[in-house]
Each structure stands twice: as C-alpha cells, then as structure tokens.
Design a protein around this ligand. Structure first.
Ligand SMILES: [Zn+2]
Length: 232
C-alpha cells in the first residue's frame, strides 16, 4: 500500500525506519523505500487485503489523479468480516459511490469476478486495465495491432470503433468483455473504454459480438477521471 496514516496525516513513507499502524487491521506497517520502485508501506504480518499486489509508478500516477481521501480506502463487509482495499473510492457514503480498480498484473477470470462481486454489492465499479507487453506476453502488441479507427459507429453521442483482436489467444479481450463492471484500458497513456455485452450488441447492429470482436471508445485521461468521479 502506498499510503498510511502517520502522525495524523495520510501519506507515503518519507524516511527509512518509519512505522505506523494500519487503520484497517491495526497491524504494524513499516516504510519501504526501494531505489528502483515507489515508496510504500509493508505489513509486518502480511497484508490484511489478500488481493493486494505489488504496486509501481503506474498505480501511483493514477492514484495521484484523485483526492487523497479517495485513495486506498478499506472496505470491510460488515456481515462476513471480509476486507478489501479499493484503489480509489469516489463519493464514499453516497448512493453512487464508485470503486476504481487499477489492474496492472494479469488476473484470472475467477479473480476478476470475485472482485466485482465484492465491490459491486455496494458500489459502482470501474476497472482500469494497464495494457502492455512483456518478454512472455504480447498483449500490448496485440492491442496495438488491433486498433483500427476506420469504421466509427455513433451510439449515444459517443464514437465507438468495432475491432478484431489480433493474435491467436483471445483470452485477454474475452475476459474483459465479460466483466460486469465498466472497463477501460490504458495503453501507453491512451485511454479506451470497452463496450460491455449490451452496448456491444447495439454497436454491432443488434448482433452479439463474435469471439475476438470488441468495441472501443477513445477517452482523454481527464474525461476518464471525470467519468469515474461524475458517477459518484
Ligand atoms: Zn492492514
């Protein structure tokens, strides 16, 4: 986690040796100041959010786009005692409270569904999925080669593009097409909103999108941020 309450202030660690208590679990947190990565807090006895993943500059950059009070908000389920920390929570306490999950690492369909089930019980939810290639995964390249803005379709004053996933495995795009929450992709700082099942059908003239087929709408970063905030 990048932020913790220390001496009455919510902030990242500033110096080695700093310690504080986690507001969600009461556990001891110690400052980690890596040379190559972002400063963060580490639970001595393991993170109280089992979904917590290593975070880097991509997470930090996006969290900083939102008010400090909206970043990393622990959400306990009163009935089950289950606790997870939303990356961003806008409009807390209002009927339209919205969770934004920043997804950098690859997650399975089961994990995606479990997170949606938890957060969507009481909140609206957006995913922002970081799209990139690694030495072993070509998701970023497949995404780039799939972008083709030749055939615009107007739906509700938004321009969508009907695209076909380039690459043998359609697993990545199919997994996100089936999301219950709203999904946007961040490819090199360019934001694309992914049409869900119902919207995809409208864009495709009433027919369900075929395997590998998907529809995107381009957004600026500011539009995306306002969109997450405006739903709250
Ligand atoms: Zn904790």
């Amino acid at each position: 986690m990048l932020y913790a309450w220390i001496d009455g202030v919510k902030r990242p660690p500033l110096a080695k040796g700093e310690r504080t208590a986690c507001r969600d679990c009461g556990g001891l947190l110690s400052a980690v100041l890596p040379v190559e990565n972002v400063r963060h807090w580490r639970h001595k006895a393991g993170d109280c959010d089992p979904w917590s993943e290593p975070e880097g500059p991509w997470h930090l950059g996006w969290k900083e786009c939102f008010d400090l009070g909206c970043r990393e908000v622990g959400l306990p389920d009163e009935e089950t005692g289950e606790l997870h920390r939303a990356d961003v929570l806008c409009g807390s306490g209002t009927p339209a409270a919205t969770v934004l999950e920043l997804q950098h690492s690859s997650i399975s369909e089961e994990e995606r569904a479990a997170r949606e089930a938890f957060y969507m019980r009481r909140h609206r939810m957006f995913w922002l999925v970081h799209v990139y290639s690694t030495d072993t995964s070509f998701t970023g390249d497949s995404f780039k080669f799939s972008l083709d803005f030749e055939r615009p379709r107007q739906v509700d004053h938004n321009t969508f593009y009907l695209l076909r996933w380039v690459g043998r495995s359609k697993q990545f795009i199919e997994k996100w097409k089936r999301a219950k929450a709203a999904v946007a992709f961040d490819y090199r700082g360019h934001i694309f909103f992914l049409a869900g099942e119902a919207l995809g059908r409208r864009i495709n003239g009433g027919l369900p999108l075929a395997k590998g087929q998907f529809a995107l709408c381009r957004l600026t970063q500011d539009q995306f941020i306002r969109w997450v905030q405006a739903s709250a």
